[in-house]
Design a protein around this ligand. Structure first.
Ligand code: COA
Ligand code: ZN
Length: 321
């Protein structure tokens, strides 16, 4: 496996934190630019090497992302080594992302007709073509590319997603040159068995290194799904610090798999993520303050207790030492 030319060992996993895009796109109150930039700086300091920073979509569709053209140059200047990715729904989005200096883009294709209509106002066949055009043009421009295949397990409008449709979307994105294809459980309806079925099917056509997974935690199975993917050899995971996330156009979509949960599970099972849990916890604290609501994944209470315990131990050592 390779990542930026570095050979990855089998127990190394690569996490793309999607909180600045997937987490913030749904926030009802406007989040100022500085409040978007600061957690990105903190994520980089916590060891995250790939971040989905924003999206270049219609500001009418998603007002929260209207400042993408200001955020990207700032992030790229501050973190030239970061794989800063931006979601683009069409060529116009790609042009804007490129003009802003984004080194990587992600196209967003849904595997069902209705989800494409609701999300990007075009049907499946057109959405495939638009994504292909954006991928080819991005490749020509020398950008790194990711392609989401959304609602890969279940669609909020059409029910369980046809696996052949997923396979077809993935094949078209692969042929158009997507370097990483991200299988997204947009509404959090997958189960480990379904992950086994869908990812197992895709692995017959593509190497594991080219597939990423993106789970939401609506039914409490995001970690179990990540584990199922890990067992199949997948090493690329999207996650969101504090578990924030959800698509405004997919009813019922709850938060993402929390980055701090994934790191805890992976590291305690012998995998390496390169991310610092204490630093991630501080970002959850920061985001709670900024968004004014409780955040955090499944393990947040335990992780905070551990932190409090450790700081008590340090204080006690100081007193006794
Ligand atoms: N960025 C900014 N503006 C864009 C744009 C982009 N990527 N793509 C289109 N527009 C603008 C057009 O210039 C046009 O502007 P005007 O009204 O001032 O002339 C307007 O949007 C309509 O353009 P059109 O091509 O007809 O788009 P649409 O109305 O059919 O909407 C999308 C299509 C894809 C632009 C819109 O549905 C969208 O942005 N969806 C994103 C959804 C999303 O972010 N989902 C969550 C992540 S999965
Ligand atoms: Zn998502």
């Amino acid at each position: 496996m390779s990542q930026n030319g570095i050979v990855m060992s089998q127990n190394e996993i690569v996490i793309t934190d999607v909180s600045p895009r997937d987490g913030l796109q749904n926030q009802p109150v406007h989040v100022p630019l500085q409040t978007k930039a600061e957690p990105i700086d903190r994520l980089v300091r916590a060891g995250v090497r790939q971040i989905e920073v924003t999206s270049f979509v219609s500001p009418k569709a998603v007002p929260q992302m209207a400042d993408a053209g200001e955020l990207v140059p700032r992030v790229v200047a501050a973190h030239p080594q970061l794989r800063a990715s931006a979601l683009v729904p069409n060529l116009k989005g790609l042009e804007r992302a490129h003009a802003a200096g984004a080194p990587e883009i992600a196209v967003v294709l849904s595997a069902t007709e209705t989800m494409n209509q609701k999300n990007i106002n075009m049907g499946l066949a057109r959405a495939i073509e638009v994504s292909e055009d954006a991928l080819r043009e991005a490749t020509r421009l020398g950008l790194r590319t990711r392609a989401y295949v959304a609602v890969a397990f279940e669609c909020p409008f059409e029910g369980p997603t046809d696996r052949e449709a997923v396979r077809h979307c993935v094949a078209r994105m692969a042929e158009a040159g997507a370097q990483e294809i991200v299988i997204a459980d947009t509404i959090g309806a997958a189960s480990p068995g379904a992950v086994d079925g869908v990812i197992g099917m895709l692995l017959r056509d593509l190497p594991a290194d080219r597939i990423g997974v993106h789970f939401h935690d609506t039914r409490g199975m995001a970690l179990a799904n990540a584990w199922a993917a890990l067992q199949l050899g997948i090493r690329r995971f999207d996650a969101s610090v504090g578990g924030i996330g959800g698509c405004p156009f997919a009813p019922g979509a709850a938060g993402n798999l929390a980055t701090e949960d994934l790191v805890l599970m992976a590291e305690s099972s012998g995998y390496r993520t390169g991310l610092s849990l204490p630093a991630l916890l501080e970002i959850v604290d920061f985001a709670e303050g900024a968004l004014n609501r409780p955040l955090g994944g499944r393990s947040i209470t335990w992780q905070r207790k551990q932190r409090a315990q450790q700081s008590d131990d340090v204080s006690a050592d100081r007193v006794t030492g």
